[in-house]
Design a protein. Sequence first.
Length: 133
Amino acid sequence: AALAVYWRSSALAHCAALGLLVAAGWLAVKLEANAWTLLAFAVVLMAAAAVARFLRERGQAGAGVLYGWLAWAAMGFYVACGVGDHGQPLNLAHRFAWLLLGGALTALGRADRMGAITTVGVLSLIDVSLTGI
């Protein structure tokens, strides 16, 4: 991922981001991750997305691609941490935070003019509203 940003290669950034996502998913499965582990993965991925956003603002071309993929992955891990064995979210606090994160990502994507970030926020808002309490 660092080489993609250094070389300003968006194609390499896509490959690196997908590699990071596959590695994170594989590690979560291998560790038989519980909700807290998935939440930790989400926090780490969102921190990485924040770094990529910072680099994008400084003009690094490949960082925008990483920013989009990492935000998608972080939201996916956050949603997964709140889903129980029967597919129902664990509690109302998780859903409320999910709703806030979806709104924040939508606003952040609009402010950054990043369609991928806006899309993950909008789809998250739709998903949280359709999955019933």
